[in-house]
Design a binder for this molecule. Structure first.
Ligand code: ADP
Length: 178
């Protein structure tokens, strides 16, 4: 599924894909839904470290972790990308503990860091919606709204922003909202 955001004659393609984020060779950077230690974990984090190889963990050890809502960049090693941006989503705790702002900050700070690094193509997983239990309906709304607001405010910054959804239910949810 692809949507073109046509702003000031500059087009940013926003795409939804069903699949594995470690197999997205058409983007320069993939985003990891990491934990604060940046030392690896389960879910998409485990898959990214496994595919990238042990050098990724070695680089992550030098970063001294990452706060919730913030983002840090590393090399991508054996992945088919140039970089990995590690961001830490909020753990869902009922929704009245700043979760929405922190989740939006993950997308915003990842895009800022990619832009600052000169990258034009990026892929995101559904941050916080697995082990961190953020409800998919709310999380997908925040993901799409934050990315679309960034594209509007920074026309031409990105050529391609992909959401890589791991199952059909997540893809359907994003598709309805888009
Ligand atoms: P969090 O701790 O931020 O919730 P998870 O990795 O547990 O992170 O889950 C985030 C999302 O990533 C979930 O929707 C999960 O289904 C999805 N996911 C897990 N593995 C992959 C993968 N290899 N590629 C893309 N998405 C994945």
């Amino acid at each position: 599924v692809e949507v073109l955001a046509n702003l000031n004659q500059v087009q940013t393609k926003i795409a939804l894909t069903l699949g594995d984020i470690t197999k997205q060779g058409d983007v320069e950077v993939i985003v990891n839904a990491a934990n604060k230690s940046l030392l690896g974990g389960g879910g998409v984090d485990g898959a990214i470290h496994k595919a990238a190889g042990p050098q990724l963990l070695a680089e992550c050890r030098q970063l001294n972790g990452c706060q919730t809502g913030q983002a840090k960049i590393t090399g991508a090693y054996n992945l088919p990308n140039k970089y990995v941006i590690h961001t830490v989503g909020p753990i869902w705790n009922g929704g009245a503990h700043g979760e929405a702002d922190l989740l939006a900050a993950c997308y915003e700070n990842s895009l800022r860091l990619a832009q600052k690094t000169g990258l034009k193509t990026i892929a995101f997983p559904a941050i916080s919606t697995g082990i961190y239990r953020y409800p998919l309906e709310e999380a997908s709304q925040i993901a799409l709204a934050t990315v679309q607001a960034f594209v509007k405010a920074n026309p031409g910054a990105f050529e391609l922003i992909k959401f890589v959804l791991f199952d059909q239910a997540a893809l359907d949810c994003y598709y309805r909202k888009l």
